[in-house]
Design a protein around this ligand. Sequence first.
Ligand code: SF4
Ligand code: SF4
Length: 152
Amino acid sequence: MPKHIASGLKYLAAVRLKDEGKSQQYIADQLDIDRSTVSHYFNGRNLKWNSIDVAKTITELSPADFLAMVKAVFEDADMARKIVLICKENNYDAMIKESCIGCGLCVNLCFMKAIKLDSLHAQIDSICCCGCYICKEECPTNSIKILEIEND
Ligand code: SF4
Ligand code: SF4
């Protein structure tokens, strides 16, 4: 695992959470690092700026490529999901049409675990969706609609 790139992504996530007003302890718990490491991040210590530049480039990729890169960097699927959720730039409104036949293909494809089946009808949690469009492209009945929400 490229640890320095993973650290760069965690640094970006820590800065995002700090901007949202989260405490250092909360950030440490979310990113599975020591609180002192979070403190070092914000004091500019223990940082490798090249790694942060690479991490920034990753977050600026298209959602599908961003997701693929973060999956590749972290061996830990839960941590990869957390980083994607914290660092994703845009929000998405995801919905399933009535034409869904409940085959479950999308449930298995979604790395973000944003889709569930309920009474043979898929349901998407828009908060967890990172807009990768993988489910939409693979749905056999073209039942998935993903809309990017304009940020103010
Ligand atoms: S892949 Fe399409 S048809 Fe199958 S469960 Fe998902 S939305 Fe429904
Ligand atoms: S676009 Fe589909 S596969 Fe991708 S994160 Fe959203 S719900 Fe999951």
